[in-house]
Design a protein around this ligand. Structure first.
Ligand SMILES: Cc1cc2nc3c(=O)[nH]c(=O)nc-3n(C[C@H](O)[C@H](O)[C@H](O)COP(=O)(O)OP(=O)(O)OC[C@H]3O[C@@H](n4cnc5c(N)ncnc54)[C@H](O)[C@@H]3O)c2cc1C
Length: 448
């Protein structure tokens, strides 16, 4: 294939063929290093996308969508002859409608700007993957991203009203309308959310907003025994308390942070630690606190409360930097994000101990989404590492959970997904893929 010739007719886009410039597209934030793509194309108009789809079909290459490349599953890397479609230059502006309580934005918008635009209008767009300052709106939709406050507010998909998607006919279709009530047939917008680019490209979306919470109670909860923390999310929910976020550090992560982390991390208290946030109306008032202390019982002995916005930010800063800190210290680590129901967390941690995998764990205890990090992955034999990961995934699945709560399947977890998923579900997914992408153009080799 003469690439210069192939791309010479493409207009309204930037094309990069220089091998050196393509090097940066071999990586995302997973542990994978893939071969470079054939080219990187940055389209700026529907016409450019239409031509790109036609070229992909005639020349037999795949189209790999890429937002900011912060994904942790290798989904935006090429697996076979592919062109990376960097959507960072896609045109459009963020627009907020206060009467309709919704926001429309192009896929190229930064998620931080989407959240900021909602906030500037006194409204709240809850999805908060810890990468929110760095990732693109389109990437957050394609991965159905969710962060700490998924505990109360759910994932990105729970906020999506409509999606503008490039489908295999080369055209952009708007799936859904800007309303929470829309029942004229099954919801095709939701099919695109979390599809990791295998059904088409998301070029924009309209999402639902709600009024900003007016009160916040942020608590640091150090405990002497990790076991005491594990049952707490379930106890709180059973008692009628739903935290906006319930994050945790196990003793091993806490020890790493204390020994090698930044100054503020070195002062973290406890054998294990939780960061809880409530944003219910009245959560800073006496009756709420009294009820909460009742559920916490003796665990409340070392409870600390952020008394102002700055203290709250300081507490969150340590949580947010944990992933990047561990990656910097253990560049070849593998970070998993299994999920188990809150009520099965104790069984999960007992099972993990029995597996004798050298892992440290932190993350979203409140919704059972745990970042199990195998720090020594780089020094472990590949077959042994694979066996450890499969044992971990099987444990989660055996407890009614799954192998990914937020990062998705992409390339990194594809073989495990194919092995563990229900065969009926896989067959259905393959039928959908064949119907939506009959020529296998969109993100080939990912997920299924
Ligand atoms: C420090 C750190 C913390 C993180 N924390 C979280 C977290 O708390 N929760 C969470 O869910 N994730 C988290 N992530 C993972 C990642 O940042 C998110 O999934 C993010 O939303 C991906 O956005 P992106 O723009 O970087 O997408 P990319 O990495 O560019 O792409 C991700 C996937 O989406 C596809 N894709 C991207 N854009 C489009 C599009 N417009 N149309 C169709 N497909 C597309 C790609 O092909 C790929 O499969 C974290 C990552 C890092 C580095």
């Amino acid at each position: 294939m003469n690439l210069v010739h192939v791309f010479s007719h493409l207009t309204e886009c930037e094309v990069v063929l220089d091998p050196e410039a393509l090097e940066s597209f071999r990586r995302d934030e997973s542990h994978l290093l893939q071969p470079p793509p054939l080219a990187m194309v940055r389209p700026r108009s529907p016409g450019a996308l239409w031509s790109l789809v036609a070229l992909a079909r005639s020349e037999g290459f795949g189209l790999v969508p890429r937002g900011a490349g912060t994904g942790k599953a290798g989904g935006c890397l090429s697996a076979g002859p592919s062109v990376v479609v960097d959507l960072g230059g896609w045109p459009g502006a963020i627009q907020v409608s206060r009467p309709d309580l919704c926001l429309s934005a192009p896929c190229s918008a930064w998620l931080r700007d989407v959240k900021g635009a909602a906030e500037a209008a006194g409204l709240f767009y809850p999805p908060d993957p810890n990468s929110w300052p760095l990732c693109a709106f389109g990437g957050s939709l394609a991965t159905n991203a969710g962060g700490p406050n998924a505990c109360k507010y759910g994932m990105t998909r729970h906020w999506v009203l409509s999606v503008d998607a490039l489908l295999s006919d080369g055209e952009i279709h708007t799936l859904g309308i800007a309303s929470v009530k829309a029942n004229a047939g099954p919801n095709l917008a939701q099919l695109m959310v979390g599809s990791e680019g295998i059904f088409g490209l998301i070029v924009g979306a309209t999402v639902r907003l709600i009024p900003q919470p007016v009160e916040r109670l942020t608590l640091l909860l150090p405990v002497d025994r990790f076991e005491d923390l594990i049952g707490l999310p379930g106890d709180l929910c059973a008692a009628g308390f739903l935290p906006a976020a319930f994050e945790f550090f196990d003793p091993a992560v806490l020890a790493e942070l204390r020994a090698h982390g930044p100054e503020e991390a070195r002062r973290l208290p406890g054998e294990a630690l939780a960061l809880l946030e409530f944003d219910d109306r009245g959560c800073t008032e006496e009756p709420f606190m009294a009820g909460l202390l009742d559920v916490l019982g003796p665990l409340a002995a070392h409870l600390r409360m952020a008394s102002d916005a700055r203290q709250r930010e300081d507490l969150w800063a340590v949580r947010r930097m944990t992933s990047a800190f561990l990656k910097e210290r253990h560049p070849r680590k593998v970070s998993e994000d299994i999920v188990v129901p809150r009520s099965r967390l104790k069984e999960f941690f007992a099972g993990l101990e029995a597996l004798k995998i050298a892992a440290v764990t932190y993350g979203h205890l409140g919704d059972g989404n745990l970042h199990v990090n195998l720090l020594a992955a780089g020094e472990t034999e590949p077959a042994e590492l694979e066996a450890q990961l499969m044992a971990l995934f099987r444990l989660a699945v055996s407890l009614g959970g799954t192998l990914s709560g937020e990062h998705g399947i992409g390339l990194a977890k594809r073989s495990a997904f194919l092995e563990l998923a229900d065969p009926g579900q896989l067959a259905l997914l393959r039928s959908l893929k064949a119907a939506l992408d009959p020529d296998g153009i969109f993100n080939p080799g990912k997920v299924i």
